[in-house]
Design a protein around this ligand. Structure first.
Ligand SMILES: *Cc1c(COP(=O)(O)O)cnc(C)c1O
Length: 368
């Protein structure tokens, strides 16, 4: 029987062999990888409140998108969408492209990243260093259409924005939420009052929000977003057609439109953070951890302090968990370059002072 099939359909047999080998390589990669650390901080202004930051920059490809890229490749392979030798394409502001390039190289596949031309140069270099090709488009709104053109010519579109929310196994499989809750098991406050994350694809917030319900936890989910982003407007009115009222300098979050992976119902609160506050937050993280993290990690820090100030005002104790989303080295020529900040009219001083006052005295950093 086996030999008859082999004669009848040798192409299918060799395609299947390639898929099995690719899946084995992904399983080996997962087995070689360690989980990311949950780093604890306490601040004098917030007595009785423990802060935890999950260091997603520690993944081999430098950001939380390592998890998503692994899931997207698994999803494409198990759906039968991806064959040996096929080019892989996706639209990305950078972090996803770097992680996808990393996995494409592991599987020996050509990779094209469609990116806005304004993407941080460090990220473009990272994609190229991993053997990926960058197709830069001037209008960020055109990245989806350009990725679709590549797909029409035969490339496999990983489609992070379309599939982020379903490619990840939200019930377990050591997704980011299961990992966080597991790592808190011996802590004084193992059930956090809040988990704070940003929203790009919306995949992270969807996974965390669903997992919290699934595990019947009382933890609330806060999405920290650049002021005026599409999710800020969309979440308020449950409007999937909402668009951003202003652009943002913070990469990875603050989408111009509501992406299909963003699940409104699992989010309990959205906090708007001005870009300058997020960047001051990223600089402050370097002081707190001795490592640089990107702008969206700064956004998360500011939102954590804002939530902690409300808890403090109500006399509550507890824990707040958030994410360090990517490595700050990627932004050496942008967020961490004083001349770039000056060129973008960003003055960090008032926000740095507000954040330091918050750490010291428990004040909300965003209060007027
Ligand atoms: C993608 C991304 C996010 C947001 O995560 P999603 O799961 O896509 O919503 C936050 N920060 C950075 C740096 C990112 O690349």
């Amino acid at each position: 029987m086996d030999s008859v099939l082999r004669l009848v359909n040798p192409q299918r047999e060799s395609d299947q062999r390639w898929v099995h080998t690719a899946l084995a390589k992904l399983a080996q990669e997962a087995a070689r990888s360690a989980d990311t650390h949950l780093l604890k901080l306490n601040f004098p202004g917030f007595h009785g409140i423990d802060f935890y930051f999950k260091d997603e920059a520690a993944h081999p490809s430098g950001s939380l998108k390592h998890r998503l890229a692994r899931s997207l490749f698994l999803y494409a392979l198990c759906n039968g969408w991806l064959r040996g030798g096929q080019t892989v394409v996706d639209a990305s502001s950078g972090s996803t492209a770097i992680s996808e390039a990393w996995f494409a190289r592991l599987l020996g596949l050509p990779f094209i990243a469609v990116m806005p031309a304004c993407t941080a140069p460090g990220k473009i270099r990272d994609v190229q260093a991993l053997g990926g090709e960058c197709d830069l488009v001037d209008d960020p709104a055109q990245v989806h259409a350009r990725a679709a053109e590549h797909a029409a010519r035969g490339a496999c579109h990983l489609d992070q924005f379309g599939l982020a929310e379903r490619a990840t196994d939200w019930r377990g499989n050591n997704n980011i939420a299961e990992s966080i809750i597991g790592q808190l098991v011996l802590e004084a406050e193992p059930e956090p009052a809040w988990i704070v994350c940003g929203a790009g694809t919306g995949g992270t917030s969807a996974t965390i929000g669903r997992y919290l319900r699934y595990r019947r936890l009382h933890t609330q989910l806060c999405v920290a977003e650049p002021a005026g982003s599409a999710y800020v407007h969309g979440w308020r009115n449950r409007d999937a057609q909402a668009v951003a009222s202003q652009p943002t300098l913070i990469e990875g979050i603050g989408r111009p439109r509501v992406e299909p992976g963003f699940i409104f119902e699992v989010v309990d609160r959205v906090i708007e953070v001005p870009d300058a506050a997020s960047i001051a937050g990223a600089w402050l993280l370097e002081d707190l951890f001795g490592n640089r993290y990107g702008g969206s990690s700064g956004t998360n820090l500011v939102a954590c302090l804002q939530l902690a100030a409300s808890m403090r005002a109500r006399g509550e104790r507890g824990s707040i968990v958030s994410l360090l989303c990517d490595r700050g080295e990627r932004y050496a020529q942008t967020l961490f370059d004083p001349s770039w900040l000056a060129a973008h009219d960003i003055d960090l001083a008032p926000w740095t002072a507000a954040l330091r006052a918050s750490l010291a005295c428990g004040r909300p950093p965003l209060s007027a």
